[in-house]
Design a protein around this ligand. Structure first.
Ligand code: HEC
Ligand code: HEC
Length: 326
């Protein structure tokens, strides 16, 4: 189903834009019909197939125990249900695993936006000692030694030569096919199907755009402006995580994190960059209190005075953002 002119394009114009077709002949209702795909990494069935295989490949980790899919589990909408990630040897990271859905449309990757593209992002977990803990050389060596991978690389890139760039390109292509939309919300909003949302969820939608002011940051088809804000989550708590500031070293970026998408949010608990909030009720309570007070707090996060009914309406709305996974 294609409906144009409803959404303002959420995609970055910095990337050369190419229609992600014919590989994706239909996009789920509610996503922008123009998916940005870098010119040097066209989306083909062969590269997606290779990328899918690599995403589940435990040989990417130093000790052969973990793959991307160990932390990004499909049944949890590509998160892991833990507050913070656990990498090889049981090493704990300090951030919550974000969903990979609709990242094709993302402007930057990670909670602090330190990677500019999916291609650039994919290398980091492979060499991060707290995640897959491997080296580029070792990964290339292992894949090059495999007959199956040589064949898959030939099909995807017309050469058997494994390089780390080709590995990350294939993974990025696979990730571009992980999409979620066509939720009850989309059917209500775009197909004007009044019955798609319960009365409570409809009131929640009004609050989301009105009194609770959520949509100033959770905007567009992804329910994210893809920008960075300080909402005061875990402010001052150890270990100190200053978010975007760690990347830019700009004073004003202290405690800012990327607005996460709210699509499939019912399935991606626990919440926030450090997984510190367990349920959607807790998230709504936290916003209702006005976030975490600190001198860098975004001025649009302020006490909301929501009634108990309004809080449960907001939660009902958030739950209407689960759709069909493509
Ligand atoms: C040990 C668990 C773990 C493994 C293994 C892992 N990730 Fe992640 N992933 C995370 C965490 C935690 C973050 C957020 C880190 C941050 O923001 O600093 C993340 C972030 C991401 C993001 C950014 C999403 C966004 O919203 O910005 C992408 C894309 C991603 N991972 C893909 C991958 C790929 C591809 C692999 C395999 C090569 C992989 N991950 C392996 C835990 C993991
Ligand atoms: C000023 C921008 C801003 C406003 C306003 C805002 N949010 Fe957020 N939201 C964010 C940011 C940034 C994060 C991540 C914060 C962090 O992890 O430290 C976030 C995180 C969340 C999460 C957690 C998602 C996840 O996957 O972890 C939910 C749910 C959420 N917001 C819902 C809401 C609701 C409901 C409202 C309105 C009551 C709202 N937000 C208002 C920016 C905003």
């Amino acid at each position: 189903m294609m409906i144009s002119g409803v959404w303002i394009a959420a995609c970055s114009s910095r990337l050369p834009v190419q229609l992600a077709r014919p590989y994706l002949s239909t996009l789920p209702l509610g996503l922008d019909v123009f998916m940005p795909v870098p010119k040097n990494n066209p989306l083909t069935a062969e590269s997606v197939e290779l990328g899918r295989r690599l995403f589940f490949e435990k040989r990417l980790s130093r000790d052969g125990t973990l793959a991307c899919a160990s932390c990004h589990l499909r049944e949890r909408s590509f998160t892991d249900g833990r507050p913070v990630a656990v990498g090889i040897g049981g090493k704990r990271g300090h951030r919550n695993v974000p969903t990979l859905l609709n990242r094709a449309y993302g402007r930057s990757m990670f909670w602090d936006g330190r990677a500019a593209s999916l291609e650039e992002q994919a290398l980091q977990p492979m060499v991060n000692p707290r995640e897959l803990g491997n080296t580029r050389e070792e990964i290339v060596r292992r894949l090059q030694a495999s007959e199956t991978y040589r064949r898959l690389f030939r099909r995807a890139f017309r050469t058997e030569q494994v390089t780390i760039e080709r590995v990350t390109r294939a993974i990025a292509s696979f990730e571009r096919t992980l999409l979620s939309a066509n939720s009850p919300f989309d059917r209500y909003e775009l197909l004007h199907d009044k019955n798609a949302l319960s009365e409570s969820a409809r009131r929640g939608l009004d609050l989301f755009r009105g009194k609770a002011n959520c949509s100033v940051c959770h905007s567009g088809p992804l329910f994210s402006d893809e920008r960075f804000h300080n909402t005061g989550v875990s402010w001052g708590r150890q270990p100190l995580d200053l978010g975007r500031y760690e990347v830019t070293k700009l004073e004003g970026d202290k405690g800012k994190f990327k607005t996460p998408t709210l699509r499939e949010v019912e399935k991606t608990a626990p919440y926030m960059h450090d997984g510190s909030l367990k349920t959607l009720q807790e998230v709504v309570e936290s916003y209702n209190r006005g976030g975490g007070p600190n001198s860098y707090l975004d001025s649009r996060v302020r006490p909301l005075n929501l009634t108990p009914q309004e809080k449960s309406d907001l939660v009902a709305f958030l739950k209407s953002l689960s759709g069909s996974l493509k």
